[in-house]
Design a protein around this ligand. Structure first.
Ligand SMILES: [Zn+2]
Length: 126
């Protein structure tokens, strides 16, 4: 499974509990682009509903977490999809610009010092 981004992504750290669970790591680094700016190569992407407001996908070849996008129910824009930055061919060419979901940040997660911070805006009634 490969993809091509035709526009520069909006990149940020995400410390929310949903990203922590889906990546199995302390936080995610997400690269957002409009759906129209994505070229898909191959068809091994496997999607699943990760919460009542979001769908995530992973690569069916290697298992890497690949994308997340939100539903209308989330109250946030649905015209974008985010890729986990580690799946880019050249992740060093993008730079996270802010922290998101900071209410869930682990106290020892030491990254992106000095960047702007925002709490999670989308949620659902569990
Ligand atoms: Zn998140």
């Amino acid at each position: 499974m490969r993809y091509v981004l035709h526009a520069p992504p909006r990149v940020h750290y995400c410390h929310c509990s949903m990203c922590r669970r889906s990546t199995g790591s302390a936080f995610a680094i997400l690269a957002w682009v409009r759906w129209d700016d994505v070229g898909w190569i191959g068809d091994t992407q496997i999607s699943y509903r990760s919460s009542p407001i979001a769908v995530r996908s992973f690569c069916g070849d290697c298992g890497s977490p690949l994308t997340i996008h939100y539903d209308e129910a989330s109250g946030v824009a649905t015209e974008e999809v985010a890729f986990h930055v580690g799946t880019l061919d050249h992740p060093g060419r993008v730079t996270p610009a802010y922290h998101y979901g900071v209410e869930g940040r682990l106290p020892w997660a030491d990254c992106g010092a000095g960047l702007p911070e925002r709490e999670t805006e989308e949620s659902w009634d569990a």
